[in-house]
Design a protein around this ligand. Structure first.
Ligand code: 13P
Length: 247
């Protein structure tokens, strides 16, 4: 099964409106790679600017988070209908920084994935182990637990991102072999949950210190279908260099 590569740029809590506008202009002028699909995840105040700036390009826009409810008294949160209204088509669910900073549980992430689906957004579900979990040999157990909980309500998992926490923002990338082993395990677990045919059609992205120099050898792995890029997605030239490795 050939899977179209998918590359996400997670801007986290970076960039201002002028930077976002300049990024979108760069995308409009230079394009990406027709073989790859791209989505940017700016923080909430930039969503509408980015969605507008990307209109007509091959790039989509997504939220970094989504509340399980569609509206209500939840100060600081963003709902599915608000993401759609801002021009989003994707929502990240369960990024490790949300799990850590906001104590998001595995179960809550499953509810967020359902909220995305209910609103016609594509959930990109993030999973990954800590350095201690890897050292103690618990990596697969953690991935299985997170994946089972995220899919408990049976949302359509449009894409998954394997993001080992020890590789995020550290400059320490998983070797292609380590990434492939984790991705193969995720695909096996996914097959148990949604059937092997559906599992073989899902994109599993790798995230963790991806840059233009390490992207080519990672994307060569059979179960690695794209990237969720943090730091290197803030500069359009670096991001597009990664995208071009995936075509
Ligand atoms: P870095 O690419 O900065 O390591 O971040 C990865 C990440 O968390 C993407 O969601």
């Amino acid at each position: 099964m050939t899977r179209r590569p998918l590359i996400g740029g997670n801007w986290k809590m970076h960039l201002l409106r002028a930077d976002a506008e300049a990024f979108c202009r760069h995308v409009q002028e230079h394009g990406a790679h027709p073989a790859a699909e791209c989505v940017l995840f700016p923080s909430a105040p930039l969503l509408a600017t980015v969605a507008r700036g990307l209109a007509g390009s091959d790039f989509a826009c997504g939220g970094q988070d989504i509340h399980p409810d569609d509206k209500g008294a939840h100060t600081g949160d963003v709902s599915g209908p608000q993401l759609v209204d801002a021009g989003c088509s994707w929502a990240l669910c369960g990024h490790s920084e949300r799990r850590q900073d906001h104590r998001e549980s595995d179960q809550l992430i499953g509810e967020k994935a359902l909220a995305a689906e209910r609103n016609g957004l594509k959930p990109m579900i993030c999973i990954g182990e800590t350095a201690d979990e890897r050292k103690s040999g618990a990596t697969f157990e953690v991935l299985d637990r997170q994946l089972n909980a995220a899919l408990a309500g049976r949302p359509e998992p449009f894409a998954l991102a394997y993001e080992p926490i020890w590789a995020i923002g550290t400059g320490e990338t998983a070797t292609p072999e380590i990434a492939q082993k984790a991705h193969a395990r995720i695909r096996d677990t996914l097959a148990d949950l949604i059937g092997s045919e559906a599992a073989s059609s899902k994109r599993i992205l790798y995230g963790g210190s991806v840059n233009p120099d390490n992207a080519a050898e990672l994307i060569a792995q059979p179960d690695l279908d794209g990237f969720l890029v943090g730091g290197a997605s803030l500069d359009p030239e670096r991001f597009l260099a990664i995208v071009r490795c995936c075509g």
